[in-house]
Design a protein around this ligand. Structure first.
Ligand code: PRP
Length: 187
């Protein structure tokens, strides 16, 4: 088969890298640390769709009542269906309200090159929040192309294609309760 007729690779769930239990323990720890380092007055938790939806929903439910949490989402597209970043960042859905004077926590499923979060933070800073922190579940730190302040991280991982718990290949596998290596599949 020549290059032109070669089919795009298909990926399916491979070995478990982080079990449901490991994720749950770490998410609870993150929520406790965030709560301990957040003053009163309300925390706006901003999830970046689609990947962060599952992580955010677990993280937010571990946050104590006193934190006075509100939840909002943004949608920023940078990858499409490819496994590599295009470097192009587009805002598909913006926040529902003003964040001026608010304590904001941006939640991401994964940071890779850092381009998405870097762009997003620069944009949100111009809206004058009282504070702007970041929480990422997975950090592929070896792949960073731009420096980004990660305030809270779940796990640092090597440069591997991972799926599950919000992370996808071609829109699939986000629903897996654990995080797995994506395994090329011949079909
Ligand atoms: C993923 C992830 C981050 C971004 C990180 O999003 O959720 O937003 O890539 O990569 P970077 O650090 O190289 O910029 P993706 O574009 O895959 O969309 P998704 O959240 O809908 O899966």
């Amino acid at each position: 088969m020549d290059e032109k007729t070669k089919a795009a690779p298909v990926y399916r769930p491979g070995r478990v890298l982080f079990s449901e239990r490991e994720i749950s323990v770490r998410v609870r720890e993150l929520a406790e640390t965030i709560a301990a380092e957040t003053r009163g007055g309300g925390l706006l938790v901003v999830g970046i769709l689609n990947g962060a939806a599952i992580f955010l929903s677990d993280l937010a439910r571990c946050m104590p009542l006193e934190l006075d949490v509100q939840i909002d989402f943004m949608s920023i597209s940078s990858y499409g269906s490819a496994a590599q970043t295009s470097g192009t960042v587009r805002v598909l859905k913006d926040l529902g309200g003003d964040i001026a004077g608010r304590d904001v926590l941006v939640v991401e499923d994964i940071i890779d090159t850092g381009l998405t979060l870097s762009y997003l933070l620069d944009m949100l800073k111009t809206r004058r929040p009282a504070s702007l922190r970041t929480c990422v579940l997975l950090d592929k730190s070896a792949r960073r192309e731009v420096a980004v302040k990660v305030d809270y991280r779940g796990f640092t991982i090597p440069d591997a294609f991972v799926i599950g718990y919000g992370l996808d290949w071609a829109g699939k596998w986000r629903h897996l309760p654990d995080i797995r290596a994506a395994e090329p599949w011949a079909g």
